[in-house]
Design a protein around this ligand. Structure first.
Ligand SMILES: NC(=O)C1=CN([C@@H]2O[C@H](COP(=O)(O)OP(=O)(O)OC[C@H]3O[C@@H](n4cnc5c(N)ncnc54)[C@H](OP(=O)(O)O)[C@@H]3O)[C@@H](O)[C@H]2O)C=CC1
Ligand SMILES: C[C@H]1O[C@H](OP(=O)(O)OP(=O)(O)OC[C@H]2O[C@@H](n3cnc4c(=O)[nH]c(N)nc43)[C@H](O)[C@@H]2O)[C@@H](O)[C@@H](O)C1=O
Length: 323
């Protein structure tokens, strides 16, 4: 029996990972799944996390809990983003180690790479240049998470792995008008424009930045794929000082093209205009996913198909989505 604690199971990614693990359990795999809501266990509380780990003593920890948001939220609440994420990582990773957890998987983000990193961004671009200012505090916390895992592996011989997702979207996303990421924000804005008979939708920035999007079900599958790799295979592909793996679709699209796609899916036929007073952020963030592809994993869900499915989910869950 393998006891797995999924931290952040009510979030978009943690929820998708939990659904996948529950399906495996239902299919007969010997799994015990442990979860706590934010209200039950605040992961920024060191003593509470220590008590939880000592009591539950999971075999495996999946860290999908974090303070998460789009460009505006990162830019507006930098103290929350660096403080909460550093505390969550330090508490979960250290207290897991102290309670004897041998295997852990944590999620970082593509924003760990320098603003001007060569595209597509390889894992070894880490710490080679200046970060994008709109999310530097969050990125610093995520880099600290990678270094925590590397350091515990080096000093204590544990097996703590890190995956770096590109921009994610899907069922369970945050549709808040200001604090969400671009894709849920546009799904909601275009939907409301159609509903209210508006003839114009405004998108933030110039529309020129390019982003790579990955459906959360692909991300959940990739996370468990990396977790389940034999240790020798994981380490052969990461080297001791380079312990993280990019996860993406390998394709990017401009924000203007993305807006046109969301307009098509939601049935909006009016004008799309830009608010250049809003930040663009990084001009391009495309992951090099060669390492993961060489290990045998690639994304399956196409962007238009994924947006259609997410829009359907939004329509069915409008009254309960985060907004
Ligand atoms: N969404 C994206 O585009 C991307 C996400 N990632 C990473 O993937 C991971 C998951 O993100 P995602 O699922 O999108 O985010 P969500 O915001 O959907 O989920 C995060 C979860 O963490 C929980 N949480 C936050 N703070 C605490 C805390 N102090 N104690 C306990 N629980 C807490 C939240 O609970 P509550 O809501 O109650 O606060 C929520 O359930 C994160 O590490 C994120 O950085 C990386 C790249 C892109
Ligand atoms: C995953 C990643 O997410 C964040 O970085 P980001 O990639 O810049 O994220 P974003 O989704 O918020 O924006 C992408 C682009 O889209 C444009 N854009 C247009 N219109 C809207 C809009 O309505 N909302 C938002 N949010 N963006 C919009 C926006 O101006 C930008 O050019 C990081 O802070 C960090 O958290 C991180 O790791």
């Amino acid at each position: 029996m393998r006891k797995i604690y999924v931290a952040g199971h009510r979030g978009m990614v943690g929820g998708a990972i939990l659904r996948r693990l529950e399906a495996r359990k239902a299919a007969g795999e010997a799994l015990e799944l442990v979860t706590r809501t934010h209200a039950e266990l605040d992961l920024t509380d060191q003593a509470a996390v220590r008590g939880f780990m000592e009591t539950e003593r999971p075999d495996v920890v999946i860290l999908a809990a974090a303070k998460v948001g789009g460009i505006h939220a990162n830019n507006t609440y930098p103290a929350d983003f660096i403080y909460e994420n550093l505390m969550i990582e330090c508490n979960v990773i250290h207290q897991a180690f102290a309670a004897g957890v041998k295997q852990l998987l944590q999620l970082g983000s593509s924003c760990i790479y320098p603003k001007e990193a060569p595209q597509p961004m390889r894992e070894d671009a880490l710490l080679t240049g200046t970060l994008e200012p709109t999310n530097e505090p969050y990125a610093i916390a995520k880099i600290a998470g990678i270094k925590l895992c590397e350091s515990y592996n080096r000093q204590h011989g544990v097996d703590y792995r890190s995956v770096m997702p590109t921009n994610l979207y899907g069922p369970g996303d945050n549709f808040h008008p200001e604090n969400s990421h671009v894709l849920p924000a546009l799904i909601r804005r275009f939907h409301e424009a159609v509903r209210d008979g508006l003839d114009e939708v405004v998108i933030w920035g110039t529309g020129k930045p390019r982003r790579e999007f990955l459906h959360v079900d692909d991300m959940a599958e990739a996370s468990l794929f990396v977790l389940d790799l034999p240790r020798a295979e994981y380490e052969a592909n990461t080297q001791p000082m380079l312990s993280h793996i990019n996860v993406g679709s390998g394709e990017d699209i401009s924000i203007a093209e993305l807006a046109a796609l969301v307009a098509k899916v939601t049935g909006f036929n009016g004008r799309i205009t830009q608010d250049a007073s809003k930040p663009d952020g990084a001009m391009r963030k495309l992951m090099d996913v060669t390492r993961l592809a060489n290990m045998g994993w690639r994304a399956r869900i196409g962007l238009e198909e994924g947006i259609r499915e997410t829009y359907q989910w939004f329509l069915e869950n409008q009254n309960s989505v985060r907004r």
